[in-house]
Design a binder for this molecule. Structure first.
Ligand SMILES: *Cc1c(COP(=O)(O)O)cnc(C)c1O
Length: 386
């Protein structure tokens, strides 16, 4: 098997879901986000564990992701968070995927596809844009759109949804903005009720708000990143602890490879494209068979360090498509060919081979978030489920 791989620690995922459940009020439903291959952590394994542990809904971004889950035998409700193309409506309906709708045109088209395909009604969630500026009707329009859904022949309003823009920030200005969004959402739900329509499942909180603002949990929460063991930006473990909230997350993924070759370098020799690194004093250089086509982003060199036998070694020269080089230092007798080199993973792993870096550490280096680091792992990196 290829030595560049991602180990998926299922027990850590179970731990994280338990930690989330401890923070949920009674009767709050769980919708686990398994979009983008479970943020890179394997959608099917994540979905199966989430459903076993009580998730009634799973959130996906594409119809194809939903079909993959259905083919794996998953029966939970699937909430499609992103718009799909009209030619995908038949697949959406046949695979019982619940879309977010908010436009008359889409409601009409979808209604026609459903009525052509089946006799029962198809569920939809009404999306409200309370300040994310992505999808959804305005809060003032919610009642009239809900009426269109309720009066259609083949659609039923199963829920209402909005999404926060800055709930992962802890500045007072951003906390105010989230409150404003929440209030707009509640008023949209109330206006639908006043129009005599049941708004169904009301949901607004993803990871950050679900834990930090329990009063925003409403009927269902939609955690994503915290399932996979990372805190949502500024809503860190320490911030939560300061609010007397306990959430002990463990990273689920370990991205690793092995040292494939060790070569002695003498002063003056340079490494990789662009010759950005030149040997100053004699040293041993290790070659790792992992590169940006695997998701080890080129912009992480220079700066990235990998962990081998509990010690950190820097990447030198540019990361290539399929390989990169590390400086093992002169006379290194600790690192041998085919030793494991961990790029990121849980730091508290009980194995003697724990990583010194997690996906957050790597994200900070290039001013991004753990979400992007994990979803960058490409298909070529086999996920090994443990
Ligand atoms: C991705 C997404 C989520 C999950 O977000 P996290 O920050 O990972 O918890 C929830 N809701 C919507 C609409 C999303 O797009």
């Amino acid at each position: 098997m290829r030595c560049t791989k991602a180990i998926i620690y299922s027990d850590n995922l179970r731990n994280n879901i338990n930690e989330i459940k401890k923070n949920l009020k009674q009767n709050v439903k769980l919708c686990c986000a398994v979009k983008a291959n479970g943020y890179g952590n394997d959608a099917i394994n994540s979905a199966k564990i989430a459903v076993e542990m009580g998730a009634e809904y799973l959130a996906i971004a594409t119809v194809d992701e939903g079909i993959e889950l259905r083919e794996a035998g998953i029966k939970a409700e699937l909430l499609l968070l992103s718009p799909c193309c009209p030619d995908e409506y038949p697949l959406l309906v046949e695979n019982h995927i619940t879309p977010l709708v908010f436009e008359t045109e889409v409601i009409k088209n979808l209604n026609k596809v459903v009525s052509d395909l089946k006799h029962s009604k198809h569920p939809v969630f009404l999306a409200v844009d309370t300040g994310m500026g992505r999808i959804g009707c305005l809060s003032e329009e919610a009642a009239s759109i809900a009426k269109e859904i309720a009066s259609s022949t083949s659609l039923e309003l199963a829920g209402m949804i909005t999404h926060f823009a800055v709930s992962d920030s802890i500045t007072s200005e951003n906390i105010e903005y989230t409150k404003m969004q929440f209030e707009k959402f509640i008023s949209a739900c109330e206006s639908v009720k006043k129009a005599g329509i049941n708004p169904g499942i009301r949901t607004c909180a993803a990871s950050a708000a679900a834990i930090a603002m329990p009063e925003y949990q409403l009927d269902m929460v939609r955690p994503g990143i915290i399932l996979y063991g990372y805190y949502a930006d500024e809503v860190t473990k320490e911030y939560l602890a300061s609010k007397k909230i306990s959430l002990n997350l463990k990273p689920v993924m370990q991205f690793e490879t092995k040292v494939a070759s060790i070569r002695n370098f003498t002063p003056g020799r340079s490494i990789s494209y662009g010759r950005t690194w030149t040997c100053k004093k004699e040293t041993l250089i290790g070659v790792l068979p992992v590169g940006y086509a695997d998701g080890l982003l080129r912009r992480n060199s220079p700066g990235l360090k990998v962990t081998i036998n509990g010690k950190a070694y820097p990447v030198v020269g540019r990361i290539c498509m399929d390989q990169c080089m590390i400086d093992l230092g002169p006379d290194n007798k600790e690192v041998k060919c085919w030793d494991t080199a961990i790029i990121f993973g849980p730091k508290d792993s009980k194995s003697s081979n724990a990583s010194l870096f997690d996906a957050d550490d790597i994200a900070k280096m290039t001013n991004t978030i753990s979400y992007e680091i994990m979803t960058s792992l490409s298909k070529r990196v086999k996920r090994i489920i443990q």
